[in-house]
Design a protein around this ligand. Structure first.
Ligand code: ARG
Length: 649
């Protein structure tokens, strides 16, 4: 049973005689940090007392008078300045735990009013190699879909692949000019990725060469600005603003120097390679020409459309094999191109209803409070990422009847989504929840975006292979009793689990530093630890030769006489609450946290309470049932995150 929700609802009723707006006070009822203070603690008497100018302990006792929890709790106690401590009746906790054990869904009820969610996640730009940034979207989005679905919502997962962007111009240009036919026949996607990188590199080169003189000219100006700022600061020590201006000038100078150094390095890498240099010289207008190929594609050029038709399915196939490793299937993968026929209509409508105006030749929506325009058609006539996303909203709301649209996308796109959602509201989509479920960057040990040693972004496939290889070492060390095949299978679960879990257990808004060692640790907040905990429970049940199914249905009593048993039972009953918490603000880390705590509760329980040797028989049975329920909760919880388990590790 979800005791927290039940107690909160009882508290809400009690609060009606104290306040007209109980919501924030109700939230103050929380699980206790320390068993000494009962199982739950309500801290609302203090602020209520302040508001009504009364003594907090008096308010607490008046509140207790009204609080009808006699069926659930021992008599409430008041502690300190006016904390209300609630301790569940042990019999009640035991009975509810026994009920949870009989329930397929482990006490997690389906929501009363199901919503239709569209979850837009993964959504890589095809034909560019997918990288570790897309990993976060893939993993977080998948977990959210699974959890929302389990809670009873209708969920449509949509891989909104970027299959219509400027990368196609580059690939088409590369294909026409630099293709290695044999390589393309053998491994088309790898060859397309090579072509993309090559064209990108060559066009960057020309851009850098053209821009470097201008940047170098700025250098003395920027240096002089810094000198001036420093002088001003020295001359006027009381000016509070001066140090800030010095800092700003320092930053600008260092950014400029950094940009010049990076551009020089890139130019050098071309100039030192005679073959590349020859290619660059032979294609001086490559950037412009690649953009023209994109424009031709968008205007329906037959040759380019045929190439696009040939490339996309190959790229999608490669993506599929990656998703398969994660066990992910999408309900839809319409992609940006699918919305192409609707874009002109969207812009026309925005214009005719005066939502959009022409500014410097471009068609833009201006949103109150934002200086940046939301450009829906560029001066050259091209539609944008923004236009596609508006068309996508129209389809998702009008046709798919979405109640909520989640976009699991890098936080660097937050301005885009802010403008998108504001525009959607403006044009009348104001009954739908739009959420940018944003996330931070994966960093290397140097705290810069995670790269390989050679400086390339890391391909996802090789990352997964490496995870499994590293997992193999852990499994060999810890599971030497398993056969070769078993260890190989377990390594896949451990490696994939580590990658998924490490991503989910961080607050999604934060950047995090990628570390193999930490993510595969067998103790600590890792999938490996929880997977081993699960296998340990299975081991106990196996060793005792226990018929768990029979035991579950026999209606045995659950005995919670020791604190460790009680704590574990309470924790198992919180499963439903943890899942509900995830759905509030789309934060899977609240589930990883719950599972980690559950594994910890189990470890304490197992330390303190003999199971197979427990006597009398009723106690042994009760403890076996607690073990079994723990295993089921851990397995179900990990499964909702997209992580598998093995009975033997
Ligand atoms: N393709 C984009 C990228 O890789 C992400 C798309 C996210 N979804 C959306 N509806 N904008 O950056």
């Amino acid at each position: 049973m979800d005791f927290l929700s039940e107690l909160r609802s009882r508290l809400r009723t009690a609060l009606t005689s104290f306040t007209d707006s109980p919501a924030s006070y109700v939230e103050m009822l929380k699980p206790s940090q320390d068993g000494k203070f009962g199982d739950f603690q309500a801290n609302c008497a203090m602020p209520l007392a302040k508001q009504n100018k009364q003594a907090p302990r008096d308010v607490a006792s008046a509140l207790i008078e009204k609080l009808d929890v006699a069926d659930l709790c021992d008599p409430p106690e008041i502690a300190g300045p006016g904390f209300i401590n609630l301790r569940l009746k042990t019999v009640r906790l035991a009975n509810e735990t026994a009920r949870l054990m009989l329930d397929e869904r482990l006490g997690v009820a389906e929501v009363e009013s199901a919503r239709t969610y569209i979850v837009d996640f993964s959504s890589p730009n095809v034909a560019k190699p997918m990288h570790v940034g897309h990993l976060r979207s893939t993993v977080i989005g998948n977990a959210l879909c699974r959890i929302l679905r389990f809670l009873g919502h209708r969920v449509l997962s949509d891989n909104h692949v970027g299959d219509w962007g400027t990368q196609f111009g580059m690939i088409i240009y590369g294909y026409k000019n630099f293709r290695n036919e044999a390589a393309y026949q053998k491994e088309p996607v790898a060859e397309l990725a090579r072509l993309y990188r090559l064209v990108n590199q060559l066009s960057d080169y020309h851009e850098f060469v053209a821009n470097l003189p201008k940047q170098r000219e700025k250098l003395p100006i920027s240096e002089a600005a810094l000198v001036a700022a420093r002088q001003a600061a020295a001359a006027n020590p009381s000016d509070k603003n001066a140090p800030r201006l010095v800092k700003k000038s320092e930053q600008e100078l260092s950014d400029l120097k950094g940009a010049i150094a990076a551009a020089e390095k890139k130019c050098q890498s071309i100039e030192e390679d005679p073959a590349l240099k020859a290619l660059a010289d032979a294609h001086p207008k490559i950037g412009e020409l690649a953009r023209r190929e994109t424009a031709k594609l968008h205007l329906g050029d037959i040759e380019n459309k045929q190439l696009w038709d040939a490339f996309v399915p190959k790229c999608m196939l490669a993506l599929e094999s990656m998703y398969k490793r994660f066990g992910i299937t999408f309900d839809m993968a319409l992609g940006e191109s699918w919305y192409n026929p609707m874009l002109a209509g969207i812009v026309e409508e925005l214009k005719s209803k005066n939502f959009a105006v022409i500014s410097e030749g471009a068609t833009c929506v201006f949103v109150e409070g934002n200086d940046a325009p939301f450009i829906v058609q560029k001066a050259d006539g091209a539609f944008t990422y923004a236009t596609t996303d508006l068309a996508t909203i129209r389809y998702r709301v009008d046709t798919l009847h979405a109640d909520a649209c989640l976009y699991v996308v890098d936080s660097r796109q937050s301005e885009h989504f802010q403008l998108l959602f504001a525009t959607a509201k403006k044009i009348g989509y104001d009954n739908t929840e739009f959420r940018h479920v944003s996330f931070g960057t994966v960093l290397g040990e140097d705290r810069r975006p995670y790269k390989t040693r050679s400086g390339d972004t890391i391909g996802l496939e090789s990352l997964l292979d490496e995870a499994i290889q590293n997992a193999r070492k852990i499994v060999d060390e810890n599971s030497s009793h398993l056969s070769e095949t078993e260890r190989a299978n377990v390594s896949v679960l451990v490696g994939m689990g580590a990658i998924i879990y490490v991503d989910l257990h961080h607050n999604r808004d934060s950047d995090y530093v990628f570390s193999w060692e930490k993510m595969l640790a067998t103790s600590g907040d890792t999938a490996t630890y929880i997977q081993y905990a699960y296998a340990r429970v299975c081991g106990i049940l196996r060793k005792g030769d226990v018929d768990v199914k029979g035991l579950r249905s026999a209606g045995h009593a659950i005995l919670l006489d020791t604190p460790a048993e009680r704590t574990l039972a309470l924790q198992l009953n919180r499963f439903s609450n943890a899942l509900g918490d995830v759905a509030v603000d789309y934060r899977p880390n609240l589930l990883t946290q719950y599972l980690f705590e559950t594994a910890n509760c189990f470890a304490s329980f197992y330390n303190e309470c003999p199971v197979l040797n427990a006597e009398p028989a009723a106690l042994r049975t009760s403890r076996l049932l607690l073990c079994d329920a723990t295993a089921r909760v851990l397995k179900q919880g990990l499964d909702l995150l997209g992580i598998g388990v093995a009975d033997q590790m």
